[in-house]
Design a protein around this ligand. Structure first.
Ligand code: HEM
Length: 338
């Protein structure tokens, strides 16, 4: 029965996304603006320099991998992958860092600064911050056990940021699956991309304020109240009481929090997802296709790795025509060049 509800909704959303993308000025993934050998003659050591810094950072704290992966996602969903998320507030510019989806939540900026400094001393003025973030996100995934993919390069950094757009474009923890799908379609990404990219939650932590609704809401229902899920839920409640302690954190993948694997999907199949938005992908009556994908990735980590790699390249290729044609290579990732 639910299928008849599901498909028309997706079709309408899809049409909406196509119409929106016709009117928007984004360049799409398939267009060859980026190339694998973009820095081959101007900064041949770029990939090695980023990898070394990422190795050091992730070795000292695996959470750095999660910070950088998320930062790249939040960059790409707001005006395309153009380093806009890295900009600080100034008198002339309101950055994205204080937007609701990012405030007190995004980290990793200092690590990007460190990589940028290294690159500026090796090949000054050559490598964009947007490219640094894209390579660093790929390395982050490998360093915690995930798949490798080649990163197309040649992005430009924006001279603007999208404070308001950050609130409109970024999905939130309490959002329903159809609304989240529409935000991915708008970016030129599919339902499959959405489910595979959500697998990023196999690493990293969420703050209590983002999962309180879930653990005092339908967690007990979706998890079927098994003894182990009840223990997990009571631990979550002690980390995240009904009131206050909004910044206390818990891993989204409690099985292997620092390992990039498919256990995140296995957790969803058990009904124990930490965020409402994640569990919705499996449990929503509107999520027939998404549920099938979660089941597939829960059983087949290779299928997940393959799709995650492809979807990361697609996400990394989201571009804004304005940044591309009027962009620059920032000297400092936090500020537009003067
Ligand atoms: C599908 C829609 C998504 C929603 C609703 C969502 C929402 C969230 C929320 C609420 C958090 C916790 C933030 C906090 O409490 O401070 C989080 C963390 C995270 N997200 Fe997502 N996310 C989504 C997709 C993605 C994607 C596509 C990626 C990357 C490809 C990603 C990577 C991460 C990572 C790595 C963390 C952990 C960060 C840390 O440890 O600080 N997320 N996400």
């Amino acid at each position: 029965m639910a299928a008849s509800v599901h498909h028309p909704n997706i079709t309408i959303l899809h049409l909406l996304a196509v119409v929106l993308s016709i009117f928007s000025s984004r360049l799409h993934a398939s267009e060859p603006y980026l190339t694998l050998d973009y820095y081959a003659s101007t900064c041949p050591s770029v990939v090695e320099i980023v990898r070394k810094e990422m190795e050091c950072a992730v070795l000292s704290d695996p959470r750095n991998a999660a910070f950088i992966l998320r930062l790249h996602f939040h960059d790409c969903f707001v005006q395309g992958c153009d380093g806009s998320v890295l900009l600080d507030d100034t008198i002339d510019l309101k950055g994205e860092k204080t937007a609701a989806a990012n405030k007190n939540s995004l980290e990793g900026f200092r690590l990007i600064d460190r990589i940028k400094n290294k690159l500026e001393s090796e090949c000054p003025g050559i490598v964009s911050c947007a490219d640094i973030l894209t390579i660093a996100a790929r390395d982050a995934v490998i360093l915690v056990g995930g798949p490798f993919w080649d990163v197309p390069l040649g992005r430009k950094d924006s001279r603007t940021a999208g404070y308001e757009l950050a609130s409109v474009n970024m999905p939130t923890a309490d959002e329903g699956v159809l609304s989240i799908i529409s935000k991915f379609l708008y970016q030129g990404l599919t339902v499959t991309d959405m489910v595979a990219l959500s697998g990023a939650h196999t690493i990293g932590m969420a703050r209590c304020e983002n999962f309180r609704g879930r653990i005092y809401g339908d967690f007990a229902f979706t998890s079927g109240k098994t003894p182990s899920s009840e223990t997990y839920l009571s631990n979550l409640k002690s980390t995240c009481p009904a009131f206050g302690s909004g910044n206390n954190i818990s891993a989204m993948d409690y099985v292997t929090p620092n390992l990039f694997d498919n256990s995140f999907y296995q957790i969803l199949v058990k009904g124990e997802g930490l965020l409402n938005s994640d569990q919705e992908v499996y449990s929503s009556v509107f999520g027939i296709q998404t549920k099938e994908l979660v089941n597939r990735y829960a059983q087949d980590s290779l299928a997940f790795f393959r799709q995650f790699s492809d979807s990361m390249v697609k996400m990394g290729n989201i571009m804004n025509a304005d940044s591309f044609f009027n962009g620059e290579v920032r000297k400092n990732c936090r500020f537009v060049n003067t």
